[in-house]
Design a protein around this ligand. Structure first.
Ligand SMILES: Cc1ncc(COP(=O)(O)O)c(C=O)c1O
Length: 466
C-alpha cells in the first residue's frame, strides 16, 4: 500500500507541476482521446509499472479545474487541507450510515451540520443531512415538501394529484429534473419571470399561484434561489416567504451556490430571510472550495428527515444510537464520507479564514467589473450581486470566443444567456485566483476576440437597463 500511495502522490505532484506550465490543455476530441489512451478493459491485467505509466498519462490528459485557467463552472480550486480530508476519507473507506462503522467521522459530520445550521440561526431546533450535490439536496427538499403537503403520499403513493412547484426563470434546472423524478411532472413547474437583475418577481409569482388555484392545481413548493447559477442573483426571500405563508406553501432556499455568502459579515445580508425558509441547500464544493461533492440540506425543524426518509433495516442499524446513525436520515444506504474534507477545511481556516476567502471571491468579481467597465470593447451585462460576472465583447460572439479559448487550450470559461443576449459568464469560486490572474483573463479574451470577425448577430445592441 505504501508503495502504491507513493506512486499515487508522484502522479499527483506531476499533475500539479504540469499545471504551472499548462493550466489549460488544448482540446482533443473524444475519438482521438480514446485512441491515445489505452482505456479498454480486457481479460488480462497488466504490470504495476505499466499500470502507473498509463494512469499518469490519463491524469495528465485530464482537464485542470483549479487555477488561473478555469472559470467555467461553480466549483474549482485546490484547497489542500480539504484534499487531504478527501484522500484520507478514501483510504479509510467508512460508510457514513452508522456510528459502528464510521465512529468519529459521524461526530464530525454532525459538527459540520451544527455549524451550518448555526449560520442560518437553526442550531437549536434544526437538522440536516449530506447528499452528493445541490441537485440532490434540492430533490430531498422537494420530496419532503410534497410529503408534508399530503401526509398520505409516503405510504399510499401519489395518486395523480396536480401539484405545482414555482421557481424563477433563472432557477437551477434541477427543480425541473426533480419534478420529473418525483412524479410532480415537469410540466407542473412554473418558471416565474425575473426582474431586470435576475431576481424572481413576487408579483408574478403570486398571480401565477392564483391562476393555478383557479385552474384546479395544488401549489406546494416555492424554490427561492440564493445566487442563481448564471447571473448570481439573490431572490427576495422575505417577500417570497410572505407569499409562501399566504398560500400555505413550502419555501425552499436553493443556496447551493450562494449559501456560503452567509459566512461573510459583509455579504450575509444577501441571504436575509433564509432563516424563514422551510429548507435550505448549501454546497460546500462551490464557494467553500472543497473537492466535489459536498452538499447539505438543512431544515429548521428536527424530525422531517426521519419521518419521510427512514426505513428499518435490522441487518444494518443494530445499536440504540440512532442519533448517531445518519443512515436513517439519508436517501443513500452506503454513503461516502463528504464531511471530513469540509470539517478539515473549516477547522483549519476557522470562521475568520473562511470569511476572508469568501470576501475575496466577491472582490474578484468587483475587480472584474471594473476591468470590463474600463475597456470600451467590453460591455457588462449587469452589475453582479454574487461572484459570477457576465459580459460581452462588442460585435463578437460570446459562444465563439468561449469555444476558441477551449479548443486552443487558453482558458475554460462558459457562456450563458438571459433576456435575449448570450454573454460570457466568468465564475469566481476559487479563492486562490489573484487580481493579476483576472487581468490576464481579460487580456486573453481580448486577444482571441481581436482575431474574430464581427458577428451578424451583434450589430451590437447592449441591453438597456431601463
Ligand atoms: C443554484 C444552483 N442550485 C443547484 C445546483 C446544482 O448543484 P450540483 O451541481 O451540486 O448538483 C447548482 C449548480 O451549479 C446551482 O447553481
Amino acid at each position: 500500500m505504501n508503495h502504491v500511495l507513493n506512486k499515487t502522490f508522484e502522479i499527483a505532484e506531476k499533475y500539479i507541476s504540469d499545471h504551472e506550465s499548462r493550466p489549460v490543455l488544448p482540446y482533443q476530441s473524444p475519438e482521438k482521446m480514446a485512441q491515445r489512451l489505452d482505456l479498454h478493459l480486457g481479460e488480462e491485467g497488466m504490470s504495476e509499472t505499466h499500470f502507473f505509466q498509463l494512469l499518469e498519462q490519463i491524469i495528465l490528459a485530464t482537464p485542470k479545474t483549479a487555477g488561473e485557467g478555469f472559470y467555467n463552472q461553480l466549483f474549482g480550486g485546490r484547497n489542500f487541507i480539504a484534499v487531504a480530508g478527501e484522500i484520507l476519507a478514501a483510504v479509510m473507506n467508512n460508510s457514513m450510515y452508522t456510528y459502528k462503522v464510521a465512529g468519529p467521522q459521524i461526530l464530525l459530520e454532525k459538527e459540520v451540520l451544527r455549524k451550518m445550521l448555526s449560520k442560518i440561526g437553526w442550531e437549536e431546533t434544526g437538522e440536516g443531512a449530506f447528499a452528493p450535490g445541490g441537485s440532490m439536496t434540492n430533490l430531498i427538499a422537494m420530496i419532503i415538501a410534497r410529503n408534508e403537503k399530503f401526509q398520505s403520499i409516503r405510504n399510499e403513493g401519489f395518486n395523480g394529484m396536480k401539484l405545482t412547484a414555482y421557481t424563477s426563470v433563472e432557477g437551477h434546472y434541477s427543480i425541473m429534473k426533480n419534478a420529473g423524478i418525483i412524479g410532480i411532472g415537469r410540466h407542473n413547474v412554473r418558471h416565474i419571470p425575473s426582474d431586470i437583475t435576475g431576481k424572481m418577481r413576487p408579483d408574478a409569482l403570486r398571480s401565477q399561484i392564483l391562476t393555478d388555484i383557479q385552474d384546479g392545481f395544488i401549489p406546494f413548493f416555492i424554490n427561492a434561489t440564493a445566487s442563481t447559477t448564471v447571473l448570481g442573483a439573490f431572490d427576495p426571500l422575505h417577500e417570497l416567504h410572505k407569499i409562501a405563508r399566504e398560500f400555505g406553501l413550502w419555501m425552499h432556499t436553493d443556496g447551493a451556490f450562494g449559501g456560503s455568502a452567509i459566512m461573510s459579515q459583509r455579504h450575509k445580508h444577501l441571504l436575509d430571510g433564509a432563516e424563514l425558509s422551510d429548507s435550505f441547500s448549501w454546497n460546500a464544493h462551490k464557494m467553500m472550495s472543497v473537492p466535489l461533492t459536498a452538499s447539505v440540506i438543512l431544515f429548521p425543524k428536527k424530525g422531517l428527515l426521519n419521518k419521510h426518509i427512514s426505513e428499518h433495516a435490522d441487518y444494518l442499524f443494530q445499536s440504540d444510537e440512532d442519533d448517531y446513525n445518519p443512515g436513517l436520515n439519508s436517501i443513500q444506504c452506503g454513503r461516502k464520507n463528504d464531511a471530513l474534507k469540509v470539517w478539515a477545511s473549516w477547522k483549519y481556516f476557522g470562521d475568520e479564514g473562511y470569511e476572508k476567502r469568501i470576501n475575496h471571491l466577491f472582490e474578484l468579481a468587483q475587480y472584474a467589473v471594473e476591468a470590463i467597465k474600463s475597456d470600451s470593447e467590453f460591455e457588462l451585462f449587469q452589475e453582479p450581486e454574487g461572484t459570477t460576472v457576465c459580459f460581452e465583447v462588442a460585435e463578437k460572439s460570446s459562444k465563439e470566443i468561449c469555444h476558441i479559448l477551449d479548443q486552443k487550450g487558453i482558458l475554460k470559461v462558459g457562456y450563458g444567456s438571459a433576456r435575449g443576449r448570450t454573454f460570457i459568464r466568468v465564475a469566481f469560486v476559487n479563492p486562490e485566483i489573484t487580481f493579476a490572474n483576472v487581468d490576464d483573463f481579460f487580456e486573453k479574451i481580448r486577444q482571441v476576440a481581436k482575431e474574430l470577425a464581427p458577428t451578424v448577430e451583434s450589430a451590437y445592441a447592449p441591453y438597456k437597463l431601463f
